[in-house]
Design a protein around this ligand. Structure first.
Ligand code: RAT
Ligand code: ZN
Length: 417
């Protein structure tokens, strides 16, 4: 029995402080280091034209998607501001995120015009902006999404690309899994020897490509986003590539693979990045993968709410399965709370509760502020439940647990300090 008992008010205060000040390793974003300049989205127009907000705007039917997307970014932002903030209350999570972010800069969106908000951002240099956001959000390092077939990004993959240790790389291999023939064509164009007698599935060439990419950008993991019907059995889509290229490379290199499962791509293509949907997936595929590849580390997040319980139960059986984040359509307070509570009850502290998925630098501020508030509440409730059994946690215990949730577990998985 410990004698440093805390009353409820102190306990709440200690938990809140520990979470608020916790440094974060953000395991999945779409950000870029300052050296990529224009690739890194930032500021009010990028915040407002985030695809989560464009689709919310288009729902009101005041402008059609074709006409909307043909406009320049600042005019799209004007429309979004008008439709979602001026003429309605901005109650959705994505809208609230804009307000939290602006507040954190000391900007008051109820009195400030969009023009003066734009001026505030225009006066920040790129480096200042990055430093300010990382400081405000508490993000110590973050993992990007690096697609070797992205023609805008790949030319930046020089030595400068991996210099800034706050921005870690992840090799995104969707193209290789989803359209292997097209991927191999691109390999050929880049000078790889692709065997013609393999029906477009030259696994050694693909593996060599992965290994060359990894040598260039030193990823902390390989990653793929997968459809709801993703399966892992002989003959299923992408089975050979996953087994003989991706998992084989992961096993040899020791790099984990991050699987993001449950996205129905482009259920409405005209919405672009906002056009994807969600579907329920068979979690057995994840269990089989973990069982048959015991030396590979799997980081898994699933998009459907209905998959969360089975995924957490599956993770109890597999130490090589690390569940992470409340992804995309799940990153809403009610769902983050439900999922985090359930995961903690089933997995203790052995999960990575959240990632930001930020596409715009400034989003780190609100995505983490909102998530941290909920994770702190869940932790506090759990410690209170413990106190009712007579088990007291000390401030040191709390600091240790919080560190695991916000950075320790991630660092261990992806092998960074
Ligand atoms: O959250 C998002 O912005 C999505 O559009 C996707 O990028 C998703 O997170 C992914 O990584 O595929
Ligand atoms: Zn993402």
């Amino acid at each position: 029995m410990r004698d440093d008992r805390m009353n409820t008010t102190d306990l709440r205060h200690v938990v809140q402080k520990a979470v608020e000040t916790a440094k974060i390793v953000d395991v999945h974003t779409h950000l870029y280091p300052p050296c990529c300049d224009k690739l890194l989205l930032r500021g009010i127009d990028d915040l407002l034209t985030y695809h989560y907000l464009t689709v919310e705007t288009l729902r009101y039917g005041e402008i059609g998607p074709e006409k909307f997307f043909a406009l320049p970014k600042n005019l799209q932002a004007d429309i979004i501001w008008d439709v979602l903030f001026e003429r309605r209350s901005p109650v959705s999570e994505s809208c609230r995120g804009i307000l939290t972010t602006l507040n954190s800069y000391g900007l008051d969106p109820t009195s400030e015009s969009l023009g003066s908000i734009r001026t505030f951002f225009a006066e920040l240099s790129l480096d200042e902006h990055v430093d300010l956001v990382l400081e405000k959000s508490g993000v110590k390092s973050l993992v990007m999404t690096n697609n070797p077939f992205d023609e805008e990004e790949e030319p930046h993959w020089g030595p400068g690309f991996i210099k800034d240790e706050r921005f870690r790389t992840a090799l995104r291999i969707d193209d290789m899994l989803n359209s292997p023939q097209a991927a191999l064509k691109k390999l050929e164009q880049r000078g790889y020897n692709v065997a013609s007698d393999t029906g477009g599935l030259d696994y050694p060439a693909m593996k060599k490509f992965l290994s060359d990419c990894a040598d260039r950008i030193k990823p902390v993991y390989l990653a793929a986003s997968l459809p709801p019907d993703f399966d892992w059995s002989e003959g299923s889509a992408g089975y050979g590539i996953l087994r003989d290229v991706v998992l084989s490379y992961c096993e040899e290199s020791g790099l984990p693979i991050a699987l993001m499962i449950g996205v129905k791509k482009l259920i409405n293509p005209v919405m672009g990045l906002g056009g994807d949907g969600v579907g329920f997936s068979p979690v057995e595929a994840v269990a089989k993968l973990c069982l048959e590849n015991p030396h590979v580390k799997f980081l898994v997040t699933m998009l459907a709410r209905e998959n969360q319980h089975e995924l957490a139960v599956t993770a109890r059986k597999f130490p090589n399965l690390m569940v992470f984040g409340c992804w995309w359509f799940l990153n809403n307070p009610s769902l983050v709370e439900e999922i985090t509570r359930m995961r903690m009850e089933l997995l203790g502290l052995s999960f990575i509760p959240q990632h930001s998925d930020a596409r715009v630098l400034d989003q780190l501020i609100y995505k983490w502020k909102h998530s941290k508030g909920i994770i702190a509440d869940v932790l506090f409730d759990k410690y209170e439940d413990l106190a009712r059994t007579g088990w007291q946690v000390s401030a040191e215990d709390i600091a240790r647990d919080v560190e695991m949730l916000f950075s320790g577990n991630a660092k261990e998985q992806i092998g960074i300090k």
